[in-house]
Design a protein around this ligand. Structure first.
Ligand code: SF4
Ligand code: FES
Length: 591
């Protein structure tokens, strides 16, 4: 394979790769502003310029490339034997000159800038800048602008890299942004009366290497160095988009895209980015509830579990069936545990997939791109992350063709005919809004109902026992997206108050059923969930499990071992890469 040497490190490259791409792929640091893997190359910021030498094709001797001029490494493709110096005196002098130029009109308002802590202007000033300014004149002041529903522009922080403009032209295809003006009056703007309001609009905020484009939803909400990032998967649509959940002390502050060329590339939709508000909703169910003399009253898990199991076992003792609807919002591992629980209580229990919400239609970006274009970004009308995964798991237990969809489930409960052999129902929800329908409510009439859900809604009134579940950000598991990709995600925040993951509830109930449930009093707060690799000590989970703690990785191994049809869960699930945690070089002290 041909090779190139960058700052003394020999690297292999593929035909067509640029010097900067090879440097990035090999972890070598060359500063870059305007370059982004997902956008066209414009080579306008000039900070990546480096000194390049290449072998003379006739003599084989190394000679200065391009007559010794500095070369934009983001644009220059590699050739065999090239030698690149980004840290030569000429290269370093250029970096210092570019940084000085970019900072001439920059307001240096880092203490009040949301980007502080993740700003390339800050980082590069430190690594490549001069440390002093020779500029004594008045800085050009530019306005702050409201560009659209999610985006503010602080013009005077902009370094004119044009990443944002190229995004709206090349990725969303909506072209709302433009460069207007010349010289030091140049600025990013929208066309008059046309806001940046496309379904991918907030990606320009991530693309902006400085604090010029800011997220209205995150504005002044949190300093970024307090945030922890947890790799996760879109939990509200069928896209399977890879995300980072950024949180602090159990509270989510923002979602960011996590690059995955095979799924979402570098982007997420605004729907996914802002679709987490229900996680901290006032309407979250926070403790178990059971029915006493016709009224729902709060209870503890011991009584709630006893009531739930009594009702389910009574149905079987009466010669009737138990039916379970597993929500497509739940993880595959939870579907497995719940289904195994139902089949332990009633070997002929009905296993069905819960309702799969659909809104609008699938779309492809850039606007006008062909649906099968591999470079296109897709959004999905299906508003559930795991309908395919839940079906795969339930069919792995009940057999193909034996898992009705939600319409079939309602018919089994007696919708239409009124006749049903089902006397007890376990319903799981976890939708971001109330999901009760008139058909469901009337089909539940006269049956014993255990509801495991996250938000308060109409179904509570139909339930005999209500157990508070956990959103996907509060657990680990696996989702199968619309493209049948099985992807694991980690637990980002602890489960709120007395709620538990649905997987933990299933494990607890199974242990009660087998007479093994036990809560060791005085035990340190237990972890509701393990990460993919290890238990998380010190979680603030307040409702300890009554059985072994739910651990997604262990459950996947168990699924594969117990059911040959589910062998894919042993090897076919892609795990999120472990992100190296950067420790701050400052100490935070409590005063
Ligand atoms: S607003 Fe940000 S992304 Fe857009 S040109 Fe300016 S610096 Fe680049
Ligand atoms: S990154 Fe190469 S010129 Fe901007």
């Amino acid at each position: 394979m041909p090779t190139i040497t960058i700052d003394g490190v020999k690297c292999e490259f593929a035909a067509g790769q640029t010097i900067l791409q090879v440097a990035n792929a090999n972890g070598l640091k060359i500063p870059q502003y305007c370059y982004h893997e997902g956008l066209s190359v414009v080579a306008s910021c000039r900070i990546c310029l480096s000194e390049v030498w290449a072998p003379n094709p006739k003599s084989g001797q190394l000679e200065p490339f391009m007559g010794g001029k500095l070369v934009p490494t983001c644009q220059q493709t590699c050739s065999d034997g090239m030698v690149v110096y980004s840290d030569s005196p000429k290269g370093v002098a250029n970096q210092k000159a570019v940084m000085e130029y970019l900072l001439i009109n920059h307001p240096l308002d880092c203490p009040v800038c949301d980007q502080a802590g993740e700003c390339f202007l800050q980082d590069y000033s430190y690594e490549y800048g001069r440390g002093v300014s020779r500029f004594e004149e008045q800085k050009v002041k530019q306005p702050k602008k409201d560009l659209g529903p999610h985006v503010y522009l602080y013009s005077d922080r902009c370094i004119m890299c044009t990443r944002c403009v190229r995004f709206t032209r090349e990725v969303s295809g909506t072209s709302e942004l433009m460069v207007q003006g010349r010289g030091n009056k140049e600025e990013i703007d929208v066309f008059p009366g046309v806001a940046i309001d496309n379904e991918l609009s907030a990606n320009v905020i991530d693309l902006c290497p400085v604090g010029a484009l800011l997220d209205k939803d995150f504005l002044f909400a949190q300093r970024v160095w307090f945030l922890r990032s947890t790799p996760s998967i879109d939990g509200i649509t069928a896209s399977g988009d890879n995300i980072l959940i950024e949180h602090n002390e159990g509270k989510i502050f923002r979602f960011k895209p996590r690059a995955n060329p095979a799924v979402n590339k570098w982007w997420i939709t605004d729907e996914v980015r802002y679709g987490w508000k229900h996680i901290h909703s006032e309407d979250r169910l926070r403790s178990p509830v059971h029915r006493r003399f016709g009224t729902l009253v709060e209870t503890d898990y011991t009584r709630a579990y006893e009531d739930a199991l009594d009702g389910l076992r009574k149905a079987v003792a009466d010669g009737k069936r138990v039916a379970l609807a597993v929500s497509p919002m739940l993880a595959c591992e939870e579907a497995y545990l719940l289904a195994m629980l139902a089949r332990t209580i009633d070997p002929e229990a009905v296993l069905a997939v819960g309702p799969v919400p659909v809104k609008g239609q699938d779309k492809v970006f850039p606007v006008g791109a062909k649906a099968d274009d591999p470079r296109a970004f897709r959004t999905y009308a299906e508003k559930a992350p795991n309908a395919r995964g839940v079906r795969r798991v339930l069919e792995g237990i009940a057999g193909q063709g034996n898992v009705p969809d939600f319409e079939g489930f309602l018919r089994r409960l007696g919708k239409g005919s009124g006749a049903s052999d089902v006397a007890a129902v376990v319903l799981t929800g976890n939708y971001p809004s109330d999901w009760a329908t008139d058909d469901l409510v009337s089909a539940l009439g006269g049956k014993f109902v255990v509801l495991i859900d996250t938000l308060s809604g109409r179904l509570i009134d139909e339930a005999d026992v209500v157990l508070p579940g956990a959103t996907w950000a509060e657990k680990a598991g696996t989702f199968e997206n619309a493209r049948h990709q099985l992807q694991a995600f980690e637990q980002a925040i602890p489960v709120i108050e007395l709620a538990k993951t649905e997987g933990q509830i299933a494990l607890d109930l199974m242990a009660e059923l087998e007479g093994k449930a036990d809560v060791v009093s005085g035990e340190a707060p237990m972890v509701v969930m393990a990460t993919q690799r290890s238990l998380l000590p010190g979680s603030t989970q307040t409702a300890p499990p009554r059985a072994a703690a739910y651990n997604a990785a262990n459950i996947r191994a168990r699924m594969a071992a117990e059911r040959p049809a589910l062998a894919v869960f042993a090897t076919g699930v892609s795990l999120p890469a472990v992100e190296a945690r950067q420790e701050a070089d400052m100490k935070v002290v409590d005063l």
